[in-house]
Ligand binder design. Structure first.
Ligand SMILES: [Zn+2]
Length: 142
């Protein structure tokens, strides 16, 4: 008898952007409660297509900012990285990869990320700290 692997319930490992706790969630989860800090955290990917002034922009997923998108926040935290074709104003923290397109700009105090791609033409005003990894805490499976 041929063995078939059940694909049901694809899971992914995410890390809480608030406390660094790693946890497994279903790939379709949009948000959850972190077992480390008991706070509600966002898991879904975010897409910014226009001007978005916020206090903080946070997700365990990825943040994409289109050409017309502009984020103005105190802090931008993402688990999976940031792709930016537009503008970001504010401090950035991500364990993931940051990609700044040729028309992109970032202005802030510190940009912390795992790795970065900066296209020719992109504007960077501030300090870069790379590679940066949020301190890990032990993994809990929920
Ligand atoms: Zn947490």
């Amino acid at each position: 008898m041929a063995k078939s692997k059940a694909k049901a319930g694809t899971r992914k490992t995410i890390r809480c952007y608030l406390c660094g706790q790693e946890l497994d969630v279903s790939a379709r989860t949009m948000s959850t409660t972190c077992p480390g800090c008991n706070k509600a955290i966002k898991v879904e990917d975010l897409l910014v297509k226009s001007y978005l002034p916020v206090n903080d922009l946070q997700t365990c997923g990825m943040i994409k900012i289109t050409k017309r998108g502009r984020v103005a926040a105190k802090i931008i935290q993402s688990g999976d990285g940031i792709e930016c074709e537009g503008a970001i104003e504010g401090d950035v923290e991500t364990d993931g990869h940051v990609r700044l397109g040729p028309k992109a700009s970032w202005k802030g105090k510190v940009l912390r990320c795992g790795s970065i791609d900066i296209a020719v033409g992109a504007t960077i005003i501030g300090e870069l700290k790379i590679p940066w990894v949020r301190k890990k805490s032990r993994k809990i499976i929920i």
